[in-house]
Design a protein around this ligand. Structure first.
Ligand code: ZN
Length: 219
């Protein structure tokens, strides 16, 4: 997470897909920066398994303070909101439905619905079977965000670390009827962005593109 001042002022709900460092690295300092000024706790939505991991391995006083034990002048600064796979929960105006995906650790993808449109996001995953049926019947699905971490020549590493490459992505996209919904690729390893982009272009799949970080998308 790279937070601007606007983010620091407005973000109070954080939803975690899983506990890998590239997905939680911003969380400790985000709470630390806001510690004295928080009038209500930051709500961290995560599965019980992910909460256990970050409590044991990050917020353990060795790596960083256990914020869930600390209070500022207003009260608690961190509140965990456990979710379970398949059960929708609310974060502000959003209804979020977690679905299991296939990564090295317990990981969730999500359907996120604001009442007028919905998006789906896989989180980190290798080939997966539960997620695609879960999004197939979502009404007003406007965009799907899918990981594609490695280029095809790194298929072995992708398999070991449970990530997709363009070739395995193509198989995943054949598992459901996307009904012309645009698909944006996310979580590309920065070193391989160009190579992945070239391989994705060769797939020739209409409506498939790589998400541009920092660009505002309207759906
Ligand atoms: Zn991961």
């Amino acid at each position: 997470m790279s937070a601007t001042q606007l983010h620091r002022d407005q973000i109070r709900d954080i939803v975690l897909t899983h506990a890998h460092l590239d997905h939680i690295a911003g969380l400790p300092l985000f709470i630390d920066d806001l510690f004295a000024s928080l009038e209500a706790p930051i709500r961290v939505h995560a599965s019980p398994e992910v909460i256990e991991i970050i409590e044991r391995d990050v917020f353990n006083w060795n790596v960083y303070p256990s914020f869930s034990e600390l209070k500022n002048q207003y009260g608690s600064v961190l509140e965990y909101k456990p979710f379970s796979i398949g059960n929708s929960f609310k974060a502000r105006h959003l209804t979020i439905t977690p679905s299991a995906v296939n990564h090295k650790v317990p990981t969730a993808g999500f359907v996120i619905d604001d009442g007028s449109s919905a998006i789906a996001i896989t989180g980190d995953t290798a080939e997966t079977d539960a997620f695609w049926p879960a999004i197939s019947n979502v009404e007003r699905l406007s965009a799907i965000f899918v990981e594609c971490a490695f280029p095809d020549e790194m298929a072995d590493l992708a398999a070991i670390s449970h990530h997709l490459t363009p070739a395995t992505l193509k198989i995943e996209l054949s598992k459901f009827d996307r009904q012309n919904c645009p698909i944006y690729l996310i979580n590309l390893k920065p070193m391989y962005c160009q190579q992945i982009a070239e391989e994705v272009a060769k797939l020739g799949i209409a409506g498939l593109s790589i998400l541009e970080v920092g660009k505002v998308y309207e759906i």
